[in-house]
Structures are given as C-alpha cells and as structure tokens.
Design a protein around this ligand. Structure first.
Ligand SMILES: [Zn+2]
Length: 287
C-alpha cells in the first residue's frame, strides 16, 4: 500500500482571466499503449515545462508541451489509467452537464500554479479551477513523482470536480463537493479509504465526536486532508442511508440551494438535520 501524497487536493472556485493561457493546438496524440511504463523509482524531468493534457470520454489522450517523450508517455499512461477508473464512476445528474473532457495542465513552476489556482504548490498536490466556464485541473509542479498511486487518486478526485463542474458551479458548502470527490476516490482506491479512516480515528482519539457537518469554509473549520476525510464520511453516511442515487440528488440540490440562499427553507433544514444525524452516527462508530 503506497502512502498517499502528503499534500491535499481541493477544488477552488476562481474566476480567472485567461488572457495569458490560450489553448495550444495539439501537436501529438496518443491513443493506445504508450511505450513507457511508469516506475515508482523513476525520476522524470517533468516539472520544468508547461504541459497540457486533454482526454475525451473515449480515452483519447492529447498531450502537448512535455520536454521528453518519456514524460509524455508516463502522463499519457496515467490518464489512460484514470479513464479506466472513471468507467466505475456513477454521478447521475450531478454530471449531466459534463462534456466528457478531462483537461489537465502541469504549470511550469510554483508561481504559475499559484497564479492559476490561488493555491501554494507546496501545500496542494492539485487544484481544479474554473477557466472560461469549464473546470480545469492543475497539477502542482511539486507533486511527488515517485508515488504513482497517490497521483492516480489525486487525478480521480480532481476529475470528479470536473465532472460535477464544482469550481464553476454555484458555490455550495465545500464539504459537499469535497465529500463527493473523496467518496468516489475512496470507493475506487481502497488505500484512500484506509488512510482517511486512520486520519479520522486519530482525530477522534483526541477530540470529541463532531456536533455538526464538517465546515471547510470557515477559517476555524476543519482544514486539510482531515476536512476532506470528514466530508467523505458525511457523504458516505448519506449514501448508506438513502442509497447512492437519492443521496447524490439530495446533496446536489443542497449545493445549489445554498447558492441562492435557500438553505433556510424548511425542506433544506430537514435534509441538513438528517444528514447531520447520519454523519454523527457514522463517525461515532469510529471513536
Ligand atoms: Zn477536492
């Protein structure tokens, strides 16, 4: 079991003017078995460049801007593995507006990553930002390159943000978008589920069981991977109670209602109360 990245991956909702980020026409396309297989011990010269990868819903990968064929091959293979993981993902109506593309950029340096995402490259493995109305994944130039499992999990987590268009969508509570992305990731990669469980158990060993749903938006709220892990439990609690389709529908509705300040509606209040009690019950079981 590979250790997860010591970095956290969060979506950011940013409106960015992309005058300096015109789309580069594809120069090379890979659609099948890349010649190079990634090896955990390999160190690749992938950071000092500005690379773009686009994968469509058929798994056609277009990769440009890589300094070496080797680096391009490794990232192409990572995207093809992502495509296979995505085939297990069922998001229902939450992904109804997704066009099937996953666009990933590898900014050349920390300054470029910060400019695009508003996040520090040494604290975030990746972030998804809104670019011209479309969600776009940015990979930190400081992502540890010797952890292929961690990178696969980060790519899947960010892809869920793309599929639900959470960075461009109406801003609901962050625990919903983070919880859905992490719940999907943990259901595909058991090591993610295991590490998040460890994190929550360690937290509960020193703290009381939470009394409210995780608040990732408040400055004093739970931060980092612990916040993402608790959000995963909040979403999982709803799925266990209602089944996947109904739970995602309810969560998607609440994310939208929050945006129009309708959370005070009696129906939303009732749903949030139910969600809170299911979440607390699930988390209490880990204490
Ligand atoms: Zn996220």
């Amino acid at each position: 079991m590979a250790p997860r990245l010591p970095l956290i991956a969060l979506a950011v909702s940013l409106s960015i003017a992309f005058s300096g980020c015109a789309q580069v026409p594809p120069q090379a396309t890979a659609d099948g078995s890349p010649e190079v297989s990634p090896s955990p011990s390999e160190t690749l010269e992938i950071q000092a460049q500005d690379a773009d990868i686009l994968m469509d819903r058929n798994g056609l990968v277009t990769a440009t801007g890589f300094a070496t064929d080797e680096a391009r091959g490794v990232w192409t293979e990572r995207m093809l593995a992502l495509n296979s993981a995505l085939s297990e993902v069922r998001l229902g109506d939450l992904a109804q507006d997704w066009d099937g593309d996953i666009a990933v950029k590898l900014p050349a340096d920390a300054a470029a990553f910060l400019a695009k995402t508003g996040k520090a490259a040494d604290s975030f493995a990746a972030a998804t930002a809104c670019e011209a109305g479309k969600s776009q994944v940015y990979i930190s130039p400081e992502i540890p390159d010797d952890d292929p499992d961690g990178i696969a999990a980060v790519l899947l987590h960010e892809s869920v943000h793309v599929m639900t268009n959470s960075p461009c969508g109406e801003p609901g509570p962050q625990w919903i978008s983070e919880g859905i992305a992490e719940s999907v990731t943990a259901s595909v990669y058991s090591f993610v589920a295991g590490e998040n469980e460890e994190l929550v158990r360690a937290y509960l060993a020193d703290n009381d069981v939470p009394k409210t749903l995780p608040d990732l938006d408040a400055p004093a709220g739970v931060a980092g991977q612990l916040g993402v892990a608790l959000s995963q439990y909040a979403v999982n609690a709803a799925i266990e109670e209602l089944g996947r389709d109904k739970a995602l529908k309810m969560l998607g509705g609440l994310a939208k209602q929050e945006a129009v300040a309708a959370a005070a509606k009696p129906e939303s209040q009732k749903q949030l109360k139910d969600l809170t009690s299911w979440y607390l019950r699930l988390v209490k079981g880990l204490k």
